[in-house]
Design a protein around this ligand. Structure first.
Ligand SMILES: [Fe+2]
Ligand SMILES: [Fe+2]
Length: 308
């Protein structure tokens, strides 16, 4: 089974956004931050080239690990929908989870804007507990693709994630379901399941209740995949449980990023799952500004999860 993983599209569409909607709220801070740090680096053309490349390749499933938008505006979600619709995939073959930018404000969270635009892509094959959209699961070949939401509205400039007890308990139960146990869990969350070592970085950008999730995913089955975005840096790491279990931590960079530093340039990851559910390969397709084309990267390179 071939899975493509892209992340952090950070689509921006300010057309039709009035100044009053930006004035004196979190979006203003976001806009200033965006202008200073982001706008010159995220390029829609890089994302377009990757989407074209992905269309040409034969993959069984595409996963997008959050931060589809910048400010969680309806206009941005509609744009993200249009961009992903270009993949011409049925909803069953495209899975998305929200990132911190997709629940940027309490209003975006309250109105469930993400689910409004991406409902068919977060539909679960098994019932979710009453009142919860996450975790959902999609049973596909040797994979049980599990979507989590670590996105919560935060104060300006805080990008940290939180899963919460209800999702955690539901995840624990889901991993025990016979249909899931018979497959390799491919668990998708925007934030990496391994936190930065520096306290301040963890508080500002980390996944605050990641530790028990990592414990859970590292025990009890031979192979588990944990897919994330958020770092704008691609890379791969493996954690091992006491009984020889392997948790593959797989990060995708931002699919719109123009950044020459190693592991950061706009790309998507490609994973090959064998019929018996092992990770048989992990590589990337990367935008090359020099060649004006998307080229092969034979490996993902080292993970950035333990830095910062
Ligand atoms: Fe991001
Ligand atoms: Fe993020």
């Amino acid at each position: 089974m071939k899975i493509a993983h892209l992340s952090d599209l950070h689509l921006l569409d300010l057309a039709g956004v009035s100044a009053s909607r930006l004035y004196l709220n979190k979006r203003l801070t976001g806009m200033v931050n965006l202008r200073m740090k982001r706008e010159h680096k995220h390029r829609p053309a890089v994302l377009e080239a990757l989407i074209d490349d992905l269309r040409a390749g034969a993959v069984d499933h595409v996963i997008v690990s959050g931060d589809l938008t910048n400010l969680a505006l309806d206009e941005e979600f509609a744009l993200a929908r249009r961009v992903l619709d270009r993949l011409a995939l049925p909803a069953e073959a495209l899975t998305v989870v929200p990132g911190n930018h997709d629940l940027y404000t309490r209003g975006a969270a309250r109105s469930e804007r993400f689910a409004k635009h991406f409902g068919p892509n977060i539909a679960s094959d098994l019932p979710t507990p009453e009142g919860l959209r996450y975790p959902f699961v999609r049973l596909r070949g040797p994979a049980a693709i599990v979507g989590l939401s670590t996105a919560v509205p935060r104060l300006p400039l805080v990008a940290s994630g939180h899963l919460g007890a209800a999702q955690f308990e539901a995840l624990k139960a889901l991993l025990e379901h016979p249909e899931v146990k018979a497959r390799t869990p491919v668990v998708v969350a925007h934030h990496p399941v391994v936190n930065p070592t520096r306290t301040m970085a963890r508080l500002l950008r980390g996944w605050h209740d990641a530790d028990p999730v990592r414990e859970l995913l590292t025990r009890g089955r031979p192979v588990t995949l944990s897919l994330h975005g958020h770092l704008h840096h691609r890379g791969q790491a493996a954690l091992h449980g006491d009984a020889g279990e392997t948790l593959h931590v797989l990060g995708a960079t931002s699919a719109s990023l123009l950044d020459p530093r190693p592991g950061r340039m706009g790309a998507y990851n490609l994973y090959e799952l064998s019929d018996d559910g092992r990770l048989a390969g992990a590589r990337a397709r990367v935008w090359s500004p020099a060649e004006g084309a998307v080229v092969d990267a034979p490996s993902l390179g080292p993970s950035a999860v333990w830095h910062g």
